[in-house]
Design a protein around this ligand. Structure first.
Ligand SMILES: [Zn+2]
Length: 210
């Protein structure tokens, strides 16, 4: 899950830095602000729900070729799951109520964003449009085109992360229809947004991969 230009810049520019920043620094700082806010909603490590999610995360990591030290933060907050700054996974405690393989799918999806370097890809796209110092006169002029390209890229990244997670489930021996049951029966349906394809699009993509 990633924010698009307007929201990202609004967050990043809320507390303007003393010195001029490039777009990558603004992006990093906007995600750091989100991470700091989410950390304040972290569950206690001894919490049973948090421990159940961490156990699944460890099982998923054991099947993957990614950094085994990726931090996982379990929160009580209005998010389902997010990967921040391409290196920290934050998930809702509600994942504890899903089946083991559904939980594994969501966690693997977030790790897929890390494995595929999605944060760096998005940063490169922003940098192409906003080289040099970030000033509003520059960003206003490119916002439309950058917004469309970033949206296309993030949608593609969501599909890629879903594919990654599906392949992982297969390696773990989970049923192939796990993510479809998850999207259709256990998560509220969502419409397409600037950053994410809607439920119907994601289910259609998963069916193509069956
Ligand atoms: Zn995602």
């Amino acid at each position: 899950m990633l924010l698009l230009l307007a929201a990202t810049l609004a967050l990043g520019l809320q507390a303007p830095p003393a010195r001029a920043e490039g777009i990558l620094q603004v992006l990093e700082r906007s995600q750091q602000i989100q991470l700091d806010a989410l950390r304040r909603m972290k569950l206690d490590d001894a919490d049973a729900r948090s421990q159940r999610i961490h156990a699944t995360f460890d099982a998923v990591l054991a099947h993957l070729n990614v950094d085994p030290n990726v931090p996982l933060i379990v929160v009580r907050a209005p998010i389902l799951a997010v990967c921040l700054m391409g290196k920290v996974v934050v998930v809702n405690e509600a994942l504890a109520d899903l089946t083991e393989s559904e939980r594994a799918f969501i966690l693997a999806h977030e790790l897929g964003h890390i494995a595929h370097n999605h944060w760096a890809q998005l940063g490169e796209l922003y940098l192409q449009h906003i080289p040099g110092e970030v000033v509003q006169q520059h960003t206003d002029g490119v916002a439309g085109r950058l917004g469309r390209e970033a949206s296309a890229l993030t949608h593609q990244q969501e599909y890629e992360a879903d594919g990654f997670a599906l392949r992982l489930l297969r390696r773990m021996g989970a049923p192939d229809d796990t993510p479809i049951v998850l999207f259709q029966q256990h998560l509220p349906p969502v419409k397409t947004t600037a950053t994410h394809p809607g439920t119907a699009q994601r289910v259609a993509h998963l069916r193509e991969l069956q």
